[in-house]
Design a protein around this ligand. Sequence first.
Ligand SMILES: [Cu+2]
Length: 122
Amino acid sequence: MRTTPALIASLALGLLLTGCGGDGTAGSDDDSAADALTIVATEYEFTPAEVTIPADTPTEIVLVNEGIVEHDWTIDELDVEIYAAAGESATATVTAAAGTYDVYCSIPGHRDLGMVGVLEVG
Ligand SMILES: [Cu+2]
């Protein structure tokens, strides 16, 4: 008994995929700052001077410098320094254990002029 193998030619069909053209609009810049805390710096004070954030919770803090010279929002104990040039703003995420932390502006002279505050955590 002889069998003849049948050769079957298959044609591959090319599929043209035309969807999903990438034209480079990447990145949703959606920082919905629900938990952000905004502090305004002027000469020579922070408003508000005293702020409270939850303990052990990353919290976004925005320093808005509405002054005419540079300022920062510094906490030595937490190694935090949010610096903003005059008219600009800067953001940092702060995570801290419960406690009370001294805040000051580290630009020379500003602390002595009263540019201090308190961060309450807890
Ligand atoms: Cu200052």
